[in-house]
Ligand binder design. Structure first.
Ligand SMILES: [Zn+2]
Ligand SMILES: [Zn+2]
Length: 650
């Protein structure tokens, strides 16, 4: 019997008999791995666990933990769902059923939309199919054979796919029990591995996403190898609903978006504005401490400036129509860059002046399609925490290392500790010479290596004017948000002929880096609201302390406590209404005010307060001056947690 060489991800090589299957190799490594395996990667291709391997090849076991593993898993669940639907609705015609970011869907042509009861029945039927532990089998067939089969069965969507999209001579079909679907695979070994699933919703969806086509019915579902993972998913979905920044924004009176003002234009209510102010103050202080200079620029500029910068050519779709003033055309700004460039050009610079770091909280306006506008997350007018670095080629790498560190420091202050970092390299259509691109890309790579940051390379996804790093932050629910971006630019220094005098006295072309750390203040605020579920850390909370006298008799002492707090710089207020204390507490809880100071006779006599923490309850009496010290420290640390000993201990 001949043998083949199987090469593992760690570089080791082992011999196996020719025709060995992925699952057999997985078992030879560990029974645990064999149990977790959903597919294998052979020579770069995803394959079924029971596919025989005939040649030497690099080999890797794919588990649910990886994106590919999830896709195989979810797509298998989609087959099971389609089978259940065809059993319950024999008239249903199958369209497509791909895995998506979280879970899967399948589109069906059915007489009427699925009802919630239908979904329940489909789930019941799926459970039966899963209990059968039916094996998935791959069958390779001639395309013409499959076409005939679907003609007979009247599966017109599959037929259309075979006639228009899938043009290979041989195509594969996956079978399990009495169900068969046109499919590239791979699939799970059997349906029994789907330990937990749920059908989430159903809705109409046009065939091929084209509104001129027939409306199909789509069912969305999720599936997992463990019940706990499904529970976790459902919890996260509930949490996401509870944390929705649009709901909290209204409840906590943080911001307002009015159709009379215009879609995608944000009104910052006083409480939201307090938070924004704190963020901006912190941002400004950190920038000034770290060698930035703050600048301000106007909201409009002559159209010629945007023609020179190339924006009218490359960025037209995102820009509003120009306005006319004194026979000249002016453009409302979609970006701040040309202004900073004109400031640079206002005088001469030497190598000693570089690197230059100019930062601006610059409000820009960009056109977004009405359909994509979403609360604070996608808007038409927003303030970027923008900056431009002008740097000599020699200092570029040091500057990048410094800049990435600074970026992570700012994000860290908002308790974002996990990131996904992407390096986007030269796209097909680009300007600037390849040598500069290579240098800039290497610079970005090396900067991240020096900082020991993990990143993913997005080949060819850079902007036309230079490579970039995007940092996506993970919020409390593990969701990714694009905030920070660091972008190289070969275009503007060239177009505007930027120079600096080098050591040898010659004029040279500097590099330019655009960067935003929080991204847009509006969007970042939306992310923060959801990240903190509206319970802001003390340093950001619009009202930090509410003083609640138990009866009117203590309003005077209450007012004196508020005055002391205000004098010490806290945002404090008195609830002097003649309401029951329970009612006052409930309202403060709804407003997510971090500290409630409850006062009665005992407190008044001893210059103290009874502290109640939002969401946590009573932590007993404290001297006012001690409480002030603890809260001051909490603000300095930007801590998301109280500095007091919590009920039950922590
Ligand atoms: Zn499939
Ligand atoms: Zn810029």
């Amino acid at each position: 019997m001949s043998e083949i060489k199987i090469k593992f991800p760690d570089g080791s090589v082992k011999l196996f008999p020719k025709g060995v299957t992925g699952i057999e190799i997985a078992k030879s490594i560990s029974s645990r791995l064999a149990k977790d395996a959903v597919a294998v990667r052979i020579n770069g291709d995803l394959r079924d666990l029971n596919a025989p391997i005939e040649e030497d090849a690099p080999f890797e076991v794919v588990t649910f933990d990886s994106p590919d593993g999830k896709h195989v898993f979810w797509h298998s669940a989609a087959h099971v769902m389609a089978q259940a639907v065809t059993q319950l609705f024999p008239e249903a015609r199958l369209a497509i059923g791909p895995p998506i970011e979280e879970g899967f869907y399948y589109d069906f042509e059915v007489e009427s939309p699925f009802s919630p009861e239908d979904l329940e029945n489909i789930e019941k039927r799926m459970r039966k199919i899963i209990d059968e532990k039916a094996e998935f089998q791959r069958v390779d067939m001639d395309r013409s054979q499959v076409i005939e089969k679907y003609k007979t069965e009247g599966e017109k969507y599959k037929l259309e796919l075979l006639q228009d999209d899938i043009l290979d001579d041989r195509v594969s079909v996956y079978r399990h029990s009495d169900f068969e679907d046109l499919c590239r695979g791979p699939h799970l070994p059997n349906t029994g591995l789907i330990k937990a699933f749920k059908l989430i919703s159903s809705s109409g969806a046009y065939w091929r996403g084209d509104e001129n086509n027939i409306m199909l019915q789509r069912i969305y579902g999720v599936a997992y190898p463990k019940k706990s993972m499904l529970d976790d998913y459902l919890f996260r979905m509930e949490e996401a609903k509870r944390r929705d920044h649009r709901v909290l924004g209204k409840q906590l009176e943080l911001f307002h978006i009015s159709n009379e003002v215009g879609a995608g234009l944000v009104l910052w209510m006083p409480k939201g504005a307090i938070i924004r102010n704190e963020i901006e103050n912190f941002w400004r202080d950190e920038h000034i401490k770290n060698g930035y200079q703050i600048v301000f620029t106007p909201h409009i500029a002559q159209l010629q400036l945007w023609q020179k910068s190339g924006h009218t050519e490359m960025y037209a779709e995102d820009m509003y129509q120009p306005i006319e003033i004194d026979n000249a055309k002016f453009q409302i700004k979609p970006m701040n860059c040309p202004f900073h460039i004109m400031m640079y050009k206002s005088r001469r610079w030497s190598y000693r002046d570089l690197p230059l770091r100019w930062a601006e909280l610059g409000t820009v306006y960009r056109y977004e399609m009405p359909g994509v506008l979403h609360g604070l997350m996608r808007v038409r007018g927003f303030t970027q925490d923008d900056a431009h670095h002008v740097v000599s080629p020699e200092e570029m790498e040091d500057e990048l290392v410094w800049l990435i560190k600074f970026c992570l420091h700012i994000l860290d202050s908002f308790h974002f500790r996990e990131y996904d970092i992407f390096l986007s390299t030269r796209p097909e259509k680009s300007i600037g010479n390849p040598e500069d691109w290579r240098k800039a890309e290497d610079g970005l790579r090396r900067a991240m290596d020096i900082l020991k940051l993990k990143y993913t390379v997005d080949e060819g996804a850079g902007a036309f004017y230079g490579p970039k790093i995007d940092i996506q932050i993970k919020d409390a629910l593990g969701r990714n948000w694009q905030c920070s971006t660091i972008q190289f630019d070969f275009n503007l220094p060239e177009r505007f002929d930027l120079t600096y005098a080098d050591k040898d006295g010659k004029l040279k072309r500097p590099f330019m880096i655009h960067r935003a750390l929080l991204g847009s203040i509006e969007r970042f605020f939306g992310v923060l609201i959801e990240h903190y579920a509206g319970r802001f850390p003390l340093w950001l909370a619009p009202i930090q302390v509410r003083v609640l006298p138990i009866t009117d008799e203590f309003n005077e002492y209450g007012q004196s406590v508020v005055n002391i707090l205000k004098n010490k710089g806290f945002r404090a207020e008195l609830d002097a209404r003649s309401e029951k204390i329970g009612h006052k507490i409930r309202e403060s809880e709804l407003q997510k005010i971090p500290y409630m100071f409850i006062i009665g006779a005992k407190e008044r006599e001893s210059d103290s307060i009874a502290i109640r923490l939002h969401g946590k309850g009573d932590i007993g009496s404290h001297k006012l001056r001690d409480a002030i010290e603890v809260m001051k420290e909490e603000i300095t640390q930007k801590s998301p947690d109280t500095g007091f000993e919590q009920p039950g201990g922590k």
